[in-house]
Design a binder for this molecule. Structure first.
Ligand SMILES: NC(=O)c1ccc[n+]([C@@H]2O[C@H](COP(=O)([O-])OP(=O)(O)OC[C@H]3O[C@@H](n4cnc5c(N)ncnc54)[C@H](OP(=O)(O)O)[C@@H]3O)[C@@H](O)[C@H]2O)c1
Length: 251
């Protein structure tokens, strides 16, 4: 049974990955959908003409990785595509507001993504692909979203690292680095209306991001950054001193 796994399949970009899969990866026979909200996952599963299994799991919780490992060991799927998309981002300085808003970004965006990848990799083989959803925030530290941007720098670096580790096994890894998208993310994170930078930056269309990411993964690209504006930003962030880029990119 060939399988695609999508974390964060209940909303936003994850739903768009799901919607694009039947056309762009028609060879995949079953989708595994992971997120916390069961009803949203059930609704997502009904929206596609492909068999789905839903996994209502909190990916900040170690128990969830054990459940996923046990289940996968029983089924022994042939995972062709792993999309690590679950993520959250809170606006606010370190040392202010709730501690949980800072630590949840580490637990979900770094620990969860690493644990899911580690757990599922034994079921991936030649020709399989991993898509890790990072962000333009990974290009340079963003003040007021320090933990988020440092965490996404990890996601991008982790993706390049495993891409190299997996080269001989013929498995590719693609870091997806979108700019702002109008999803639940910016409301839940207290970003909407509270960041001048987010107000003026060009937004990315999640539909286009999902489709572009799947095409980039098919080609085995290590990075997919949508929109020319953000491709240029990525280049600028590589050559200018970090202090200068941080001033430009403060959230
Ligand atoms: N929106 C942006 O401006 C933006 C920009 C760049 C990158 N990104 C990245 O894009 C990815 C998708 O975000 P989005 O914009 O689509 O946001 P979203 O609409 O808020 O979706 C986030 C997804 O993650 C899931 N999730 C949240 N907490 C979880 C947990 N503890 N365990 C398991 N799943 C969890 C959510 O489902 P449940 O609530 O049902 O668990 C949801 O399906 C994230 O990695 C984000 O960092 C977003």
């Amino acid at each position: 049974m060939t399988v695609a796994v999508i974390t964060g399949a209940s909303a936003g970009l994850g739903r768009e990955f799901l919607a694009a899969l039947p056309e762009l990866y028609p060879e995949i026979e079953e989708y595994w959908l992971i997120a916390r909200r069961r009803e949203k996952l059930e609704e997502a599963a009904r929206s596609v003409p492909v068999q789905c299994r839903i996994f209502p799991l909190d990916l900040t919780d170690d128990e969830s990785y054990r459940k996923l490992a046990d289940y996968t060991a029983k089924i022994r799927p042939d995972i062709r595509l792993l999309i690590n998309n679950s993520g959250c981002g809170f606006l606010g300085n370190v040392g202010e507001g709730e501690l949980a808003n800072q630590t949840v970004m580490i637990d979900l965006n770094l620990k969860g993504l690493t644990a899911v990848t580690h757990t599922l990799l034994p079921y991936m083989d030649y020709g399989a692909a991993i898509i890790n959803v990072s962000s333009i925030a990974s290009f340079c530290p963003n003040a007021r979203m320090t933990v988020y941007s440092a965490g996404k720098a990890y996601v991008t670096a982790f993706t390049y690292g495993i891409g190299e580790e997996l080269r001989e096994r013929g498995i590719t890894a693609t870091a997806v680095c979108p700019g702002p998208m109008d999803t639940e993310f910016i409301t839940l994170g207290g970003i909407k209306g509270n960041s001048k930078t987010f107000d003026v930056l060009p937004y990315c269309d999640p539909k286009k991001v999902a489709r572009g990411s799947l095409k980039a993964a098919r080609k085995g690209k290590s990075n997919y950054t949508p929109r020319l504006f953000y491709k240029l930003y990525r280049g600028i962030a590589k050559v200018l001193p970090v202090e200068v880029v941080m001033k430009m990119s403060k959230t």
